[in-house]
Ligand binder design. Structure first.
Ligand SMILES: [Zn+2]
Length: 154
C-alpha cells in the first residue's frame, strides 16, 4: 500500500443548483408542475382545509398537513387587478409589457388562493368568478414560471 492511499481530499465546495430552498412541500409542488403538469394541494386532517400551494401546518388548527391530493387544474378568479404601471420584473430582470392581468385563483378542490398572471382578452374579460385554467410552458424547470399564465374560459 502506497503512502497516501487512504488520503481523502475535499475542497469543501458544495454544489447548490438552486437560489433558495422551497422546503419539502414546495419541492413536491414544483416537481408535480414540472414532471406531470399537475397542481397538488395538501389537506388539514382536522378541519379539511386544502392548501394550494401546500404548506406543512394548517394555519387555523396548527396541526401537520399530510394528505396530498390533486386540485384543479381549473379554478376561479377570486380577485384580480390589471397592472398598467411598467416596472422591472424581479424574476426576469426585464420590464414586463403592460397592461397585464394578475389574479388570485382558487383551484377546484382547494380552499386557498394562488397568485399568478391572468390573460387579458377582450372576448373573455377578466372578472371575479371567471373560470380559468393554467397554460403550461412547453419546457418546464420546476418554477412558478412553469405556468405561463391563466387562460379565461368563459
Ligand atoms: Zn385545519
Amino acid at each position: 500500500m502506497a503512502r497516501g492511499d487512504h488520503l481523502v481530499i475535499s475542497s469543501g465546495d458544495a454544489v447548490q443548483p438552486f437560489n433558495y430552498a422551497v422546503g419539502l412541500h414546495g419541492s413536491k409542488f414544483f416537481h408535480e408542475l414540472k414532471e406531470n403538469r399537475r397542481i397538488v394541494g395538501i389537506k388539514c386532517p382536522a378541519c379539511g382545509k386544502v392548501y394550494t400551494p401546500p404548506r406543512r401546518v394548517c394555519g387555523d388548527c396548527f396541526v401537520e398537513n399530510k394528505e396530498w391530493l390533486e386540485v384543479g387544474p381549473q379554478g376561479v378568479i377570486d380577485t384580480f387587478t390589471i397592472v398598467r404601471y411598467a416596472f422591472i420584473d424581479p424574476e426576469t430582470g426585464k420590464q414586463k409589457p403592460v397592461p397585464y392581468g394578475y389574479g388570485f385563483i382558487r383551484f377546484d378542490g382547494a380552499d386557498t388562493r394562488f397568485q399568478h398572471f391572468v390573460e387579458l382578452n377582450e372576448a373573455r374579460p377578466i372578472k371575479i368568478g371567471a373560470r380559468v385554467e393554467p397554460v403550461f410552458a412547453e419546457e418546464r424547470k420546476g418554477t412558478i414560471r412553469d405556468i405561463l399564465y391563466f387562460r379565461i374560459l368563459d
